[in-house]
Write a new protein. Structure first.
Length: 217
């Protein structure tokens, strides 16, 4: 059995992962889903303690991080090297040492990647592929303060932990082809691709769960 610890993206909630949880628990896995302190003016380091508390003394933990949580998950792995056995990043930001969350967007060319899609200004970038009945089951996103975006990412290097990456084929916010380049440049790994947009945990939970639990059953 593996313990999966899920970290939501900007303005999210732990319950955002409930559909993925429902795919993992029948296989005997334990699922933790943390509410990060996104509404309070919390510095980057302040996002780590709630995750450490949730993990407690669990062993063989796979930390799954979506979007903004890509800045947080490796900090957790660095704190718990004997407990976190893998990181799985899902359509996530990949920081470099000393880089702030605010600078990340320009450094990776995010604005150009968005513009290259030619989408209308009012296009839904996040939940365009989520069925209306599914979206209605979940609360609207919380607010996300920008306090953590001003702090330089503090690690000297990516932690020495097995790291996997999942790109979402229909992602409008982090377009798949562009994100593949970011991942290969910054982590030197080949991502796995699943169907779905930026919130594939709502639109494609089964496919996402399969990618997350790869070789863990």
């Amino acid at each position: 059995m593996t313990t999966f610890c899920f970290l939501h993206g900007a303005g999210g909630r732990g319950v955002d992962w409930d559909l993925v949880r429902a795919e993992l628990e029948p296989h005997g896995h334990e699922v933790l889903a943390v509410d990060l302190p996104c509404e309070a003016p919390t510095p980057l380091a302040g996002y780590v303690p709630p995750v450490l508390e949730a993990i407690g003394d669990q062993r063989d933990v796979v930390v799954v991080a979506q979007s903004l949580a890509g800045f947080i998950a490796p900090l957790v792995a660095a704190e718990l090297p004997d407990q976190v056995s893998r990181l799985v990043l899902v359509a996530a930001m990949v920081p470099r040492p000393g880089e702030t969350g605010g600078d990340w967007w320009t450094n990776v060319g995010h604005a150009d990647a968005l513009a290259a899609q030619g989408l209308p200004d009012d296009a839904d970038l996040f939940t365009h592929d989520v069925p209306a009945e599914v979206l209605a089951r979940f609360d609207a996103p919380r607010g996300q303060t920008d306090a953590l975006f001003v702090d330089p990412w503090p690690l000297p290097a990516w932690p020495d932990v097995d790291t996997r990456f999942v790109v979402c084929r229909d992602d409008r916010f982090f377009p798949a082809a562009w994100l593949r380049g970011v991942v290969e440049d910054r982590l030197g790994i080949e991502p796995v691709e699943v169907p779905g947009g930026h919130c594939a945990y709502l639109s494609q939970p089964a496919a996402l769960a399969d990618a997350i639990r790869q070789d863990r059953d």
